[in-house]
Design a protein around this ligand. Structure first.
Ligand SMILES: [Zn+2]
Length: 123
C-alpha cells in the first residue's frame, strides 16, 4: 500500500547542507541571468559611426546571448521549484539520483549523464 518513493524528503542522497549550497548556487545563477537579460534588453544599437553590418552582427550576438540566458534562467527556476517541492536531484528520465559532483557543476541539471547523452544523440 505504501509507496516508499513518495515518502519523505528528497529522494536523492543529498544532505540538507548539500541542498543549501546548491540552492545558494541556483539563486546566484538566477540573479546573474536576470541581470544579464536586463543589460541585454537595455543595450541599444549605437548608430554613432557604426557600420550597419556590424550593428546587425552585434544585435545578433545579443539575441543569442539573451536566448541562452533565458534558457538557463528557465532551467534554474525549474530547479528551484523542484527543490521547493522536494523533487530535486533526480534524473527526469530514469529517476535515478543525480550525483552530487554533477549537481555541484550544473545545479540545474535535469538528466543524469547517461540520459543526457541519449537525448543529445537524438538531435
Ligand atoms: Zn537518467
Amino acid at each position: 500500500m505504501v509507496n516508499h518513493q513518495t515518502l519523505g524528503g528528497p529522494p536523492a542522497a543529498l544532505s540538507p547542507e548539500d541542498l543549501a549550497v546548491l540552492r545558494a548556487d541556483l539563486l546566484e545563477q538566477r540573479l546573474f541571468r536576470r541581470e544579464q537579460l536586463r543589460q541585454l534588453a537595455a543595450a541599444r544599437p549605437s548608430r554613432v559611426g557604426g557600420q550597419r553590418r556590424e550593428a546587425a552582427a552585434r544585435a545578433e550576438v545579443r539575441a543569442k546571448l539573451a536566448a541562452s540566458a533565458r534558457m538557463v534562467l528557465a532551467d534554474v527556476e525549474a530547479a528551484l521549484a523542484r527543490m521547493a517541492e522536494g523533487r530535486y536531484g533526480v534524473c527526469h528520465l530514469c529517476r535515478r539520483p543525480l550525483p552530487l559532483e554533477h549537481l555541484r557543476i550544473v545545479p540545474q541539471a535535469r538528466y543524469c549523464g547517461g540520459c543526457r547523452r541519449g537525448r543529445d544523440a537524438e538531435r
